[in-house]
Ligand binder design. Structure first.
Ligand code: ADP
Ligand code: ARG
Length: 345
């Protein structure tokens, strides 16, 4: 590690990594290694190589979050408003259906998607996993996915067996992850691509699982329209079924442990694709409402994309220190506020 020096961050780097990585913290952590040989150099490579990172750091295993706590803790606190002494609780029991659809007339919400990330309890996370371990994860996941009940039943497709056209179509239709993400590339998450990666889905593509992308599993429930309750209920059922045959990495403090600190806790991103032509021209108001409800605005082709039409991906920003049910409730209230404002013009 002789040439690993304090990074020379360019001025346009606005990442949380840059904000919190002091020379003191760097000197304290630069020589440390987790039991999976994960180092500070590997953890911050993505943020150093991609100056447009919002966060800029990844973990190689659960131990990274404790060994490198002086840099992870302030980033986690800034992003999730969750301090080192807070605790996290999970609640994946769908409550009454009263808050099922914030857009009953079906005029604004095009589709709803809720995903959670999961990693296996006895494996390092993606940035530190070996080729053999990653293939073992794929093997275990494909077996667990063969035994799902009812509407969750489906088939696993290895990425390397899909033709370019099939893969491209799945990406365009919002079902599959993109290839070649540069943030993941620098984090070591694209090693051996496409080996060990794949996608499972049921016939209707309302239940999907991504294997070995940013997290070992991304468990996804989605459908057209705004019935958030139905989408959440399907997800809860799937996660419950999979938890019977796989043991997931978690801790009392951080909830489900993920490679990116933004996903810790619930590892859940619940989103709608929503058409808001009037608010699109009032960015100040739009942002005020999403900020008040802790929501994030993305383009409709996924993270780091822009929307050409006035259709947006609106989702919960926080994932840690709040339960899944509370996050869904927050999304529901926020969407209702956006729709009401849109109607008021
Ligand atoms: P993730 O949610 O897994 O963190 P992305 O933002 O990259 O990651 O989204 C992954 C894919 O899911 C993209 O193709 C995106 O268009 C699609 N997607 C996200 N939310 C919705 C939604 N509400 N309806 C339809 N597709 C969605
Ligand atoms: N590392 C990227 C950044 O800092 C992505 C962060 C959040 N997104 C994610 N997919 N984990 O901007």
């Amino acid at each position: 590690m002789p040439d690993f020096k304090f990074p020379d961050f360019p001025d346009n780097n606005k990442s949380l990594l840059r904000k919190y990585l002091t020379e003191d913290i760097f000197n304290q952590l630069a020589g440390l290694k987790t039991s999976n040989n994960f180092t500070l150099e590997k953890a911050i490579k993505s943020g150093v190589e991609n100056p447009d990172s919002g966060v800029g750091i990844y973990a190689g295993d659960a131990e990274s979050y404790t060994l490198f706590a002086p840099i992870f803790d302030p980033i986690i606190e800034d992003y999730h408003k969750f301090t080192a002494s807070d605790s996290h609780n999970s609640d994946m029991k769908p409550p009454e259906a009263a808050w099922s659809n914030p857009d009953k007339e079906g005029k604004y919400i095009l589709s709803t998607r809720i995903r959670v990330g999961r990693n296996l309890a006895d494996m390092p996370l993606g940035p530190a996993i070996s080729t053999a371990q990653r293939n073992e994860v794929e093997n275990r996941a494909s077996i667990a996915l063969m035994n799902l009940p009812d509407e969750l039943k489906g088939r696993y497709y290895r990425l390397s067996n899909l033709s370019d056209e099939e893969r491209q179509k799945l990406v365009e239709d919002h079902f599959l992850f993109k290839s070649g993400d540069r943030f993941l590339e620098s984090a070591g998450l694209n090693r051996d691509w496409p080996e060990g990666r794949g996608i499972f889905h049921n016939t209707d593509k309302t239940f999907l699982v991504w294997v070995n992308e940013e997290d070992q599993l991304r468990i996804i429930s989605m459908q057209m329209g705004g019935d958030i309750f139905e989408v959440f209920s399907r997800l809860c059922k799937a996660v419950d079924s999979l938890s019977k045959s796989m043991s997931f990495l978690q801790s009392k403090h951080l909830g489900y442990i993920t490679s990116c600190p933004t996903n810790l806790g619930t590892a859940m991103r619940a989103s709608v694709h929503i058409k808001l032509p009037k608010l699109a021209d009032r960015q100040d108001l739009f942002k005020k409402i999403t900020d008040e409800h802790y929501l994030q605005i993305r383009g409709i082709h996924g993270e780091h994309t822009e929307s050409a039409e006035p259709i947006f991906d609106i989702s919960n920003k926080r994932r840690l220190g709040v339960t899944e049910v509370e996050l869904i409730r927050g999304l529901y209230d926020g969407i209702l506020a956006l729709i009401n404002k849109e109607k008021s013009f």
